[in-house]
Ligand binder design. Sequence first.
Ligand code: ADP
Ligand code: MG
Length: 277
Amino acid sequence: MSAEHTLQGGAAGTVLSAQGLVMRFGGITATNNVTLNLQRGARHALIGPNGAGKTTLINLLTGVLQPTEGRIMLEGQDITTLAPHQRVNRGMVRTFQINQLFDSLTPLQTLSLTVSQHLGLGTKWWQPLGRSREVTERCARLLAQFHLTEVMNQPTRVLAYGKRRLLEIAIALACEPRVLLLDEPVAGVPAGEREELLQTVAALPAHVSVLLIEHDMDLVFSFANFMTVLVNGTLLTEGPPEQIANDPQVKAVYLGHGEGGEGNAHEAPGAGGTSNG
Ligand SMILES: Nc1ncnc2c1ncn2[C@@H]1O[C@H](COP(=O)(O)OP(=O)(O)O)[C@@H](O)[C@H]1O
Ligand SMILES: [Mg+2]
């Protein structure tokens, strides 16, 4: 990739840039000099075997962890030392694991809260919902987009797992992100509920730049237009999906790590037969 980006990370350029990131935990180097550029509007997948450092990298990007070395630029601005909420305010959002509070609320309530807060209307959730027309309309759109309309009045704790994952992405999108980080959105989702989730991920707004961490190679290859492969904290290679699928090094890594375990597809990229072009 050409290094000659515009300095501002201009209209067609890099929206998020991790430069020379290093993360050490005691003697373990979880992230070893990783440079990754997310292009505007990208569908960028981050793959690699268990322990490769994918989650650590997301934690560095979102500010959960401070890197030992390196820097992170968002829209041309250095955000390396910003707190997680400051990064969210600047448009970089990861999917939220639904917490205890949200568990007792309905999807409609949760999204109303999130949208209200995002629009600067505060979190007066005890007020009757539907006070603000804009909030109501945005929630209705999000509920429809994420196939949550028919369960919108059920407490989140009773929802099927796939619906909960959909709600997590809907909450993130309610913050109107410019950059969306998805950490294994289909992990643990039963086969019967996957299709809805895959379709929804595929239909995310084109202007949102997405970085997806995923084990499921069907999803990765149907989704991504660019891929980065991490192994042992180090960037092994990156490029368009066709290139990655045919990369002997990548195949070797995946075939060498055939741990079964969680029932997810851990097969070699391209071996799933769904990399349709
Ligand atoms: N908080 C931590 N303390 C110590 N080691 C950690 C911590 N977080 C991750 N690691 C180590 O860093 C490496 C990468 O882990 P992780 O980022 O979770 O990988 P992945 O998400 O690709 O499976 C692993 O060796 C893991 O044990
Ligand atoms: Mg992980």
